[in-house]
Design a binder for this molecule. Structure first.
Ligand code: TYM
Length: 332
């Protein structure tokens, strides 16, 4: 069975973008058809200025939301990255295979480093090496498929390159992974700035639908989404990003085709209303499960404890093999 691996960073409250671009696919498809492993990647949450107490809180909240979104520990493995040492162990080995030029070319590094410098801060070294740790996450589990949103495709490509390079130099050790993107909503845009991704670490609240937003807040945000003055509902990502984003969200929530949907609407108001209703409907069961899970913290602890134990068992043989292949003397 194909091994699937994916992760989510606990750096903010999860958004509709995280759900439609990744988590929904994990819950509805991946866990049923593959040996799937999902990780709250807390080590990745320390690559920019962070508050320790907030990181800890968000790690738990993110894990709870993964379960609320429908991940079922009887079908898949759910755990926290820092609970499994293999990620950090393998990351260092892969740093000895990657180059600094490769790291500096990563779009997310360039954007985030520029933002840190604009704020007058310094750039943590871990921001530069972030994609190597991400490659370690994927390669440690022998994952063939990595279901992600569009913004992570370049990082998965790097994981591929590192796997191929390691295998060529030191002998076949890693499965070569590939990214699998959803056909609709692979890049959900900010409702207020439809040229930018809807990101959980951003500050612009009114443009971001959070998974735990109340129905009224969701409706307000969607009804106030920025569109354009053309007045005609047309699917055109480059020319009409605001309207196209709404069509993508509505299509993803209802299982329709976004281009075909555009023919059903003659006004932005009707499109926004249906989109708001569809988002509220999609979030309702998730929010109900979230409430129930918050009332049972011992259950979430148990899932994470068992998930980490299972994950260690999967990752250790591959990471040990990589240590041997690259020339490290096994401990006796
Ligand atoms: P993260 O935490 O930013 O996002 C988690 C998942 O949600 C997707 N996503 C989106 N999809 C569509 N539209 C959006 N606006 C949107 N925003 C986020 C992301 O593409 C991602 O699939 N580096 C990763 C975490 C990671 C990881 C891994 C992923 C660490 N190690 C190994 C896969 C495999 C990240 O920051 O995702």
């Amino acid at each position: 069975m194909t091994r699937v691996f994916s992760g989510v960073k606990p750096t903010g409250h999860l958004t509709l973008g995280n759900y439609l671009g990744a988590m929904r696919q994990w819950a509805e498809v991946d866990q049923h058809r593959s040996d799937a492993v999902f990780c709250v990647v807390d080590l990745h949450g320390m690559t920019v200025d962070h508050d320790p107490a907030r990181l800890r809180r968000l790690t738990r909240q993110t894990a709870t939301l993964l379960l609320a979104a429908g991940l079922d520990p009887r079908l898949c493995t759910v755990f926290v990255q820092s609970h499994v040492d293999e990620h950090a162990r393998l990351s260092y080995v892969l740093e000895c295979v990657a180059t600094d030029g490769e790291m500096r070319r990563m779009i997310q590094y360039k954007e985030k480093a520029a933002r840190e410098r604009e704020r007058g801060g310094s750039v943590r070294l871990s921001l530069l090496t972030y994609p190597v740790l991400m490659a370690a996450d994927i390669l440690a589990y022998g994952a063939g498929e990595v279901p992600v949103g569009d913004d992570q495709a370049q990082h998965v490509e790097l994981a591929r390159d590192l796997a191929v390079r390691f295998n060529q130099r030191y002998g076949h050790t890693f499965v070569v992974p590939r990214a699998t993107l959803p056909t609709v909503a692979a890049r959900v845009m900010n409702l207020q700035e439809p040229a930018s991704k809807m990101g959980k670490s951003d500050d612009s609240g009114p443009g971001i639908v959070y998974l735990l937003d109340e129905p009224d807040a969701v409706r307000k945000k969607v009804m106030r989404a920025v569109t354009d003055s053309a007045g005609e509902v047309v699917y055109d990502r480059a020319g009409r990003p605001g309207v196209t984003n709404l069509l993508e969200i509505l299509a993803a929530c209802t299982g329709a085709d976004p281009e075909r949907l555009s023919a059903d609407y003659s006004s932005y108001g009707a499109l926004k209303k249906d989109t708001a209703d569809a988002v509220v409907d999609v979030l309702r069961p998730l929010q109900e499960r979230h409430r129930a899970l918050c009332a049972d913290p011992a259950y979430v602890d148990g899932v994470l404890r068992e998930g980490a134990a299972r994950a260690r068992g999967m990752a250790r043989p591959t990471v040990d093999a990589a240590y041997r292949a690259i020339g490290l003397l096994p401990a006796v």
